[in-house]
Write a protein that binds this ligand. Structure first.
Ligand code: TA6
Length: 301
């Protein structure tokens, strides 16, 4: 059902602070221009695509070749992976990283307080979700744009049976040159990597991107710092209720293989993903609510 953007803007918009617009591909999005920070979130996938702290530069990256179509994920920003991560174990035909990022979410509220702006969008289970995952749930994405960015995936098991879910905020960070950055905070943590064909390696020191990198760091709640000498900034990534962290850069060949990713774009980004995946999937009892969050802070180097 088409969304009436003007009606949504009349109901939720805050003059000069937050506007509901028809954005790329005509997809409805909320554009935030707060005193402390600005940004954008699409109702498609509950997908944050931009966050710029006041006086700074956008911390998030989106591909110039991203598609903005209702049945395709946006490439960049913060895709929400739910209720599985990667390929669906029992159905190769299912969309990778789950269904949440492909669905039309509902705008629930926009609030301004002290120069920060909080947008809440929600995805409720229905026939279209149950086609892929036959369970009842309510998933909210609560995003506060300010000098920091706070993103909380709030999941309620609205069914009467226990649920096991995987979840990720698959955040694409904008960097000056991925080959120059240093990623700190995961030294000593065990990781698995399909690319390196290891199931339990230990991270030696800081992480540098020198080839395709696709690592799932296990049993870690650590904050991660991306040190970016080109952009002369440090991005701190703090996690809430997350036991795994993914670090990904596609490098040359994988970038070329993705139609919605420019061949020469891979040096511009790195993904550091707050998640609960694999053996660290989350169990929810009937009626239980679980919140996984990411808080971002940018400092000058
Ligand atoms: O998070 C890393 C990863 O699982 C990679 O293996 C790669 O597939 C990436 O996600 C992007 O996945 P997508 O389905 O968005 O192309």
């Amino acid at each position: 059902m088409a969304v009436d953007v003007s009606a949504l803007n009349r109901k939720f918009g805050i003059a000069g602070v937050a506007e509901v617009v028809a954005a790329n591909g005509g997809l409805p999005a909320v554009r935030v221009r707060g005193k402390n920070g600005s940004g954008e979130i699409y109702l498609h996938g509950g997908h944050v695509t931009s966050w710029t702290p006041a006086g700074g530069r956008d911390a998030l990256w989106c591909s110039k070749k991203s598609m903005y179509e209702k049945d395709k994920p946006i490439r960049g920003g913060v895709p929400l992976c739910f209720p599985w991560f990667g390929p669906k174990a029992d159905d190769a035909s299912a969309p990778p990283h789950g269904i949440a990022r492909l669905m039309a979410w509902e705008l629930e509220s926009i609030r301004e307080q002290g120069g920060d702006v909080t947008v809440v969008v929600a995805l409720r289970s229905d026939a279209s979700t149950k086609k892929w995952w036959p369970h009842d749930f309510v998933l909210r994405h609560r995003v506060t744009y300010g000098r920091e960015l706070l993103m909380q995936m709030e999941l309620t098991n609205s069914g009467n049976a226990p649920l096991t879910v995987q979840e990720a905020q698959h955040t694409y960070f904008a960097v000056g040159d991925a080959r120059q950055i240093v990623i700190r905070g995961l030294a000593g943590v065990t990781y698995r990597s399909k690319v390196e064909n290891v199931t339990a390696a230990k991270q030696e020191g800081d992480i540098r991107i020198t080839a395709e990198t696709d690592r799932v760091y296990l049993d870690t709640q650590s904050a991660v710092i991306i040190e970016d000498p080109s952009y002369k900034r440090r991005i701190a990534i703090h996690k809430e209720n997350s036991k795994t962290t993914v670090v990904w850069n596609p490098w040359i060949a994988k970038a070329k293989a993705m139609p919605d990713f420019g061949d020469d774009e891979w040096p511009e980004m790195v993904c550091v993903e707050t998640c609960n995946v694999g053996d660290f999937a989350v169990q929810l009892k009937a009626g239980e609510t679980h919140i996984m969050g990411t808080r971002l802070k940018v400092e000058s180097l």
